[in-house]
Design a protein around this ligand. Structure first.
Ligand code: NI
Length: 392
């Protein structure tokens, strides 16, 4: 029986898992119930299971007919702080928390892939490390799992992961060789001046005016410094200051994110970012304190693995549309697991505009067409076997 036939046979179970997780979403590092479901199922399949990896992560080792090569398959489990508005029968029962990015689907797909591959363990040409990761959205989950040794004992030869993608219909697969998702930095900037009476600006140092100039000037980085043939984003997304209409405040704070695909572009943006903020704040008589955090590296798919997975997708799904030019400025902390190990991150089209299932990720009405799930399961299971075979 083909993996697709098997995946279609257990489709109801995959959907049941996804809907159960959707009803009971949990925020990053709080995936206690989710992790328990995962650990129970992997244990039931006869795997050697470790819980509490990177706080709430779960790792299951599936030993096949050979010890090596080792393939790591990663699925994320966390939800978002959003009040769901889908009205679905399986809508979130946890107020203010929602699976609005599809990580419920990823966990369900991971459990189904585990089930299919565990049933074939005697003929599996290597070892598969099933990794269920917490807190992708908080951009700390992958780093925490790595700090807890998920990439050691044994060190994987390959890493693979997936994400449902609601900007493309079911049947579409994003498998771009090279850079496909952006690296992301986040920042908080605190500009302090000298507060005072709104009617006596001349004896103050107004941080609001300084920040207004800074936010405007930051938009010159992409338009004036980055090569127009490269891509980058500079977004200020939060700005806070002041308490009343007759007080010039002491301080103004803004936060945001920087994104790019190439390390050299990332370095250029960061350099210009610091220079503009420090010099403009200084010129306005204020001081800037910059808190800068690198949260993800760009997702750069190994060309050989991306090509292999593209062939697998086309072979498994007769209606597959494999896109090898897809790129998004969205970030993914799976990139941290791909830094030193060849990897492939597959995007799986999950939208169905006719059924209204095409709201974007992180929208309160986000929902997917579950028809994509058995295909994702079959492609990952088949892909896992072929990647292991190719590495023998
Ligand atoms: Ni996501």
């Amino acid at each position: 029986m083909t993996f697709l036939a098997q995946a279609l046979k257990i489709k109801d179970q995959t959907i049941a898992w996804r809907r159960d997780l959707h009803r009971h979403p949990e925020l990053g590092f709080k995936e206690v119930r989710t992790a328990q479901i995962v650990a129970d199922e992997l244990t039931r399949l006869g795997m050697d299971v470790t819980t509490g990896v990177g706080k709430t992560g779960v790792v299951g080792m599936l030993l096949g007919a050979a010890e090596t090569p080792v393939l790591l398959l990663r699925f994320d489990m966390d939800a978002l702080r959003i009040q769901e508005e889908t009205g679905a029968v399986y809508a979130s029962q946890n107020p203010g928390v929602m699976h609005a990015c599809g990580h419920d689907a990823h966990t369900a797909v991971g459990l189904s892939v585990a089930r299919l591959l565990a049933a074939r363990r005697e003929s599996l040409p290597g070892t598969i490390k099933f990794v269920f990761q917490p807190a992708e959205e908080l951009d700390g989950g992958a780093a925490h799992m790595i700090a807890d040794g998920v990439l050691t004992k044994p060190t994987p030869d390959y890493v693979m992961g997936m994400h449902v993608w609601n900007e493309r219909p079911v049947g579409w697969y994003g498998l771009t060789p090279g850079p496909s998702m952006a690296g992301a930095d986040i920042f908080t900037v605190r500009v302090s001046g000298k507060g005072g009476h709104g009617a006596q600006p001349h004896i103050t140092r107004d941080p609001i005016l300084a920040v207004a100039h800074i936010v405007t000037a930051l938009q010159s980085i992409v338009s004036r410094n980055v090569n127009p043939l490269d891509s980058a984003v500079v977004s200020v997304t939060q700005l806070e200051s002041g308490t009343a209409n007759n007080i010039i405040p002491q301080e103004a704070v803004f936060t945001g994110t920087l994104r790019s695909f190439k390390p050299e572009v990332g370095a250029l943006i960061k350099d210009r970012f610091y220079t503009l903020i420090e010099t403009i704040a200084g010129a306005m008589g204020c001081q800037a304190e910059i808190d800068f955090i690198k949260v993800t590296e760009p997702v750069i798919n190994d060309p050989r693995l991306a090509a292999l997975m593209g062939q697998v997708a086309a072979a498994v799904d007769p209606g597959a549309k494999v896109d090898t030019a897809f790129q998004t400025m969205g970030g993914e902390d799976f990139s941290l697991m791909m830094q030193t190990i060849p990897g492939c991150f597959m995007m799986v089209g999950s939208a169905n505009p006719e059924r209204g299932l095409d709201y974007g990720h992180h929208h309160p009405k986000f929902d997917i067409d579950e028809a994509c799930l058995p295909y994702a399961v079959a492609i990952l299971a088949q892909g896992a076997v072929e990647v292991l075979e190719s590495g023998r």
